[in-house]
Design a protein around this ligand. Structure first.
Ligand code: ADP
Ligand code: MG
Length: 623
């Protein structure tokens, strides 16, 4: 029998494919099972449209038969089968499914690129097999044929015997090598887990004989093994079921089954869309962040299925970064099984689905915030930072999507509030949304900078998350109200009562202090915001003191400095002492300046340059 050659380009591609394309050899089974499923679909369709055929559901299935002794793995189906011509055309040329056409349109010199852009279905059998035999009898034909190939060398086709219609694929599994163990593809448990993983939702039963053990008859302790046929896949995916038939519990179970998380999901979203794009999806908003969520190791993405067959475990393009905590699956018939990551990225359907999903998640979160506040706060505790990063990143491109989902702790409510809530109860004359940054709510509460604002009954948002101020700077304003830090040197409250009248003497004093402090501060001035405290720091310009702290804590320390202003309360007794010293005792004035400056640093949570000197100075004034 003459061995026929694969068409030239097929041969080259086959070589490359076998050696490089797939890192996961196990996907061969997914490919072959999906071909079987397609073949059953075809005969199913025939039965529906051809009166001479009756469709007996039980007659259609896929059978997986491993045999360790002969080192073969069989994949049998009761599908439509292939004629001699079809065997030749479908298996003799690579990429019947438009891939070849695609390749022509996208001719690239380097084979890796070509291959990287599509998978090669049936040929993936050679990832694990040294020889592949296909025995097939087509519907409407009384002859069966055998196709056989050892890979790139070519193939033979010859008549053979087969009773029933359908296809049987026999893989002669490769021998183990030093690096790779091919035995696993003959192992019942391993095969079962591969099927579960990739083909769980194939519409037809995937049957396999599995070994079980039972008590020997008449014995109470001796077991014997026996074989029993089992349907390995669960067939109807939950996302195809009617929402009304499903209970919360079903969704929770699926979450656990899929290993989406150890927590109980806070919310599920079940989507069925038919229109510009068609897809089914189940999404989950988890309650707790996985331990690696805020690290580089965390990979976002949804499982992507094409007609019940998993084609990607984590399709990142389906989720924006700021919703990276969402788990779930998307199933769409619009994707070909062999679509690669590179193609997917540019796929229009995928983009539409992603956009759709983004809106659904946003609406769901807004609904949660509105109707189930406690749950939302729970969610926000876990993932609020991610939303704030989302506002900050991409130069604020997504702030409109996210701003209404943000929450901050309020000086007034003593709990998290939304920006909308803040703005809606702002005082009439209040120009800004005020915020204060610090390490903890307790520390912020005591910041002298907040005195005036609290006195006026203004609400202040407390920022304790590193990202807060960065996000707010990106947001710039909310409902036309700008944000303002309580540490800003100008709070924007210029009423008469706060006009601080300073004399020439006072101004000279401030100048002398500035001279002593040199570059440490940009200015020393009379404070408009202090009431009871003698001193505080404020800042001018874009970079705040809190931001300086965050940036300087980063690994490649950019050592940026905020422009600091030392504010003195001229109505405080301490100021009188300061004036006195300025007039009479230069040493004392130096000492006081130093003390006040360091105090201001401490209040701000900044470290003081020389703690020993500071404590010595305190001792000096005690004498
Ligand atoms: P695709 O499935 O994308 O078309 P494959 O390389 O997986 O590409 O398969 C090539 C073709 O071979 C299929 O389109 C189908 O016509 C045929 N084929 C493969 N396996 C079977 C099978 N089990 N039964 C019938 N036809 C099959
Ligand atoms: Mg296929």
């Amino acid at each position: 029998m003459e061995t026929k050659q694969f068409k030239a380009e097929s041969k080259r591609l086959l070589d490359i494919m076998i050696n490089s394309i797939y890192t996961h050899r196990e996907i061969f089974l997914r490919e072959l099972i999906s071909n079987s499923s397609d073949a059953i679909d075809k005969i199913y369709y025939k039965a529906l449209t051809d009166d001479s055929l009756t469709f007996e559901k039980d007659n259609y299935y896929i059978n997986i038969i491993p045999d360790k002794e002969s080192r073969t793995l069989k994949i049998c189906d009761t599908g439509i089968g292939m004629t001699k011509d079809e065997l030749e055309n479908n298996l003799g040329v690579i990429a019947k499914s438009g891939s070849l056409q695609f390749k022509k349109e996208n001719e690239v010199e380097d084979g890796h690129d070509i291959i990287g852009q599509f998978g090669v279905g049936f040929y993936s059998a050679f990832l694990v097999a040294k020889e592949v035999t296909v025995i097939s009898k087509a519907f409407g034909s009384d002859k069966a044929y055998k196709w056989q190939s050892k890979g790139a060398d070519g193939y033979i086709i010859e008549p053979c015997e087969k009773d029933s219609i359908g296809t049987e694929i026999v893989l002669n599994i490769k021998d183990n090598t030093e690096d790779e163990n091919f035995d696993e593809y003959l192992d019942e448990y391993r095969l079962k887990s591969i099927i579960k993983r990739y083909s769980d939702f194939i519409r037809y039963p995937i049957k396999m004989d599995v070994t079980k053990s039972k008590l020997k008859e008449g014995s109470e302790s001796e077991y014997e093994e026996y074989n029993e046929e089992e349907v390995v896949n669960s067939m109807v995916p939950i996302w195809r079921k009617n929402k009304r038939e499903l209970k919360d519990e079903d969704y929770d179970n699926f979450y656990v089954e899929k290993h989406f998380g150890f927590d109980k999901p806070l919310k599920h979203i079940h989507i069925s869309v038919d229109g510009m794009v068609s897809y089914n999806s189940i999404l989950y908003i988890p309650e707790k962040a996985p331990f690696d969520f805020y690290t580089k190791d965390y990979e976002k993405g949804l499982e992507l299925y094409s007609s019940g067959v998993m084609i990607m475990e984590k399709c990142a393009d389906l989720l924006p970064d700021y919703f990276s905590f969402v788990k779930g699956i998307v199933d769409s018939e619009d994707f070909s099984l062999n679509i690669s990551r590179e193609i997917l990225q540019h796929d229009r359907q995928l983009k539409l689905i992603a956009k759709n999903i983004k809106t659904k998640i946003k609406n769901e979160l807004e609904g949660l915030l509105k109707n189930e506040r406690e749950k939302y706060e729970e969610f926000y505790k876990s993932f609020g930072s991610q939303l704030k990063y989302g506002v900050y990143s991409d130069f604020g491109a997504n702030k409109d999507v996210l701003q209404d989902l943000l929450m901050f702790y309020s000086s007034k409510e003593k709990k998290l509030v939304t920006l909308d809530e803040y703005v809606s109860r702002m005082k009439e004359e209040q120009k800004y949304i005020y915020y204060a940054s610090g390490e903890s709510y307790e520390r912020i509460e005591k910041l002298p900078q907040t005195e005036l604002l609290l006195d006026k009954g203004y609400e202040i948002l407390y920022f304790i998350d590193d990202v807060d101020e960065f996000a707010i700077k990106m947001l710039a304003n909310y409902k036309e109200k700008e944000f303002k830090s309580v540490s800003s040197s100008d709070l924007g409250i210029d009423t008469e009562e706060n006009e601080m009248k300073t004399s020439d003497e006072d101004n000279k004093l401030f100048e002398s202090m500035k001279e002593l402090l040199k570059d440490k501060v940009k200015e020393v001035k009379a404070s408009k915001k202090l009431k009871k405290h003698p001193v505080c720091l404020s800042n001018e310009g874009e970079l705040s003191i809190e931001m300086e702290k965050v940036l300087n804590a980063m690994p490649n320390n950019p050592s940026l400095k905020a422009d600091k202003v030392l504010e003195i309360n001229i109505n405080h007794e301490v100021f009188d002492a300061l004036k006195d010293a300025h007039e009479k005792d230069e040493e004392k004035f130096k000492l006081y300046t130093d003390l006040l400056y360091n105090q201001a640093l401490l209040i701000e949570g900044l470290s003081i340059g020389d703690p020993v000197e500071f404590t010595n100075n305190i001792c000096k004034i005690m004498k």
